[in-house]
Design a binder for this molecule. Structure first.
Ligand SMILES: [Zn+2]
Length: 306
């Protein structure tokens, strides 16, 4: 998606296109195409810069994607290539950090100074704001909470190579895995068809809300594992708000009502009740709004300290 975002964090224009070929050149061309579609509706001189939220580890000064397991990229100069293609200054940052910045400045995190966003999707993307500063880390790797292990001995295999990572257990994909693991206990269940996976987590969430016993059992394990990870996040940074985004979070109170007391039980050192768990407000737009904020301020390092 390309979006034109105004100074108040509102999306004014947008264009969308699915990326079918994840090779570097085709992705650069797809980005160029959607940016062209937005720029065709306005004067290019009105746009100051462009920001990109990219999955993986991003070198913040060069805009090179150092490593992206999702795209299977290593050392791809995304910022420079897109800048050449679209003729604007381009700033690149990790997509989850961008979404965190978007929610922090313009969404559910506005008004706080200690904030965490966790996007529960295919994986768990995260970002941490502490004392008003977005944590970046020495190698731009801070906030990768999806890969702390919560079930190192009895968990699912994570794409990163470890066992029982938070995102292997408590992402949308984690919910599907919980349901698959429980299949032997529900021999007549048709909840998870053989080659499910694309829309699987939504189907399981809906079935749980409708009272399907297999889905409810999976949902309960999912919520247990989510609570483990959230309690760890609270132990690390005790934010004022942890916002949950991604498809699973559209369950709203069906998720929050069982989740909050489980997190409380596991919160032992930070004062209980000092971290609120809420649903994020900006949905899929958070990343684009945050990426625009990164561009407006001249890069993620400047956006953090501004
Ligand atoms: Zn992992």
């Amino acid at each position: 998606m390309a979006a034109l975002v105004d100074d108040s964090g509102k999306i004014v224009l947008r264009a969308e296109q699915d990326i079918e070929d994840q090779g570097f050149e085709p992705v650069v061309e797809s980005i160029g195409t959607v940016v062209d579609q937005v720029l065709a509706q306005m004067k290019k001189s009105e746009v100051s810069a462009a920001g990109i939220g990219a999955p993986g580890n991003v070198e913040l000064v060069s805009g090179t994607v150092a490593y992206s397991p999702n795209l299977r990229w290593t050392d791809k100069p995304l910022g420079a290539a897109v800048a050449r293609r679209i003729g604007l200054d381009v700033h690149v940052a990790n997509d989850a950090r961008c979404a965190t910045l978007g929610e922090y400045r313009f969404g559910i995190g506005a008004g706080t100074s200690d904030f965490v966003l966790l996007t529960l999707g295919t994986g768990i993307g995260g970002g941490i704001v502490s004392n008003g500063l977005l944590a970046i880390g020495h190698g731009a790797g801070a906030g990768e909470v999806g890969h702390h292990q919560i079930r190192a001995t009895d968990g699912f295999n994570c794409n990163c190579g470890k066992i029982g990572c938070f995102e292997a257990q408590a992402s949308g994909t984690g919910l599907i895995r919980q349901a698959l693991a429980l299949e032997p206990s529900f021999p007549r269940s048709t909840l998870v068809p053989a080659n499910t996976q694309k829309r699987g987590s939504k189907a399981i969430r809906k079935a749980a809300q409708a009272g399907d016993p297999h889905a409810l059992a999976a949902w309960e394990r999912f919520v247990d594992d989510l609570a483990r990870g959230l309690a760890n996040v609270i132990a690390f940074v005790n934010p004022e708000v942890i916002a949950l985004g991604g498809g699973v979070s559209s369950a709203g109170d069906f998720l929050l009502t069982p989740l909050r007391p489980k997190v409380d039980t596991l919160t032992t050192m930070a004062p209980r009740g000092t971290t609120r768990i809420e649903i994020a407000q900006l949905g899929n737009d958070a990343g684009a709004i945050g990426a625009a904020e990164v561009a407006r301020r001249g890069g993620l390092l400047a956006a953090v300290r501004a």
